[in-house]
Design a protein around this ligand. Structure first.
Ligand SMILES: CC(C)(COP(=O)(O)OP(=O)(O)OC[C@H]1O[C@@H](n2cnc3c(N)ncnc32)[C@H](O)[C@@H]1OP(=O)(O)O)[C@@H](O)C(=O)NCCC(=O)NCCS
Length: 142
């Protein structure tokens, strides 16, 4: 059985991590440059996690905490390594870390084009919120 190791993201992981996100067809943009991820890493080194299989990084999840709510971004496992519990391991570890930090509630966003992943989260006790409308504003153009 494969042995998985979860550890915190380091700057030198950037290219491997970015390639995983591309392979997983995540929507990537201005917030996914090396510099932006450095900021995330420095703010919350304990919440930005990668999963290795002994050879290479095969999965990621990036958390953040604003002091009140936690947020989960970029849960991704390389297609050839899916259905093996890696996504669940990453989410369990992240949730444990939020619990330790005293977070009461954590949020995540699913793009409508990625509807299929909703069932995945629902099986893991996440609830779809029909009482909220998400709104965003671009501060930086690009
Ligand atoms: C969502 C995602 C991270 C799940 O990753 P994963 O590693 O396949 O997740 P898991 O292996 O933990 O769970 C997947 C399924 O495999 C099953 N599974 C887990 N361990 C298993 C094992 N050892 N053997 C066989 N099946 C297993 C789980 O039961 C689960 O099925 P279920 O959802 O019907 O319960 C992955 O599909 C992905 O990267 N998707 C693209 C990116 C994406 O959409 N991210 C979310 C953005 S909001």
């Amino acid at each position: 059985m494969e042995k998985f190791i979860i550890r915190e993201y380091q700057s030198s992981d950037y290219h491997a991590v970015f390639e995983i996100w591309q392979a997983c067809e995540l929507t990537l943009g201005l917030s996914d440059t090396f510099q932006e991820l450095e900021r995330v890493r420095l703010l919350h080194p304990n919440l930005f996690l990668v999963l290795e299989n002994g050879k290479e990084i095969i999965g990621t999840v990036m958390g953040s905490f604003d002091g009140r709510r936690g947020y989960v971004h970029h849960l991704a496992v390389l297609p050839e390594h899916r259905q093996n519990g890696c996504g669940t391991l990453l989410m369990r570890e992240l949730e444990k870390r939020y619990e330790k930090m005293g977070a009461v509630k954590i949020h995540l966003f699913v793009e409508k084009r990625n509807q299929a992943v909703v069932a995945y989260y629902e099986k893991r006790q996440w609830q779809v919120r029909n009482d909220l409308i998400m709104m965003s504003k671009n501060i930086k153009e690009g």
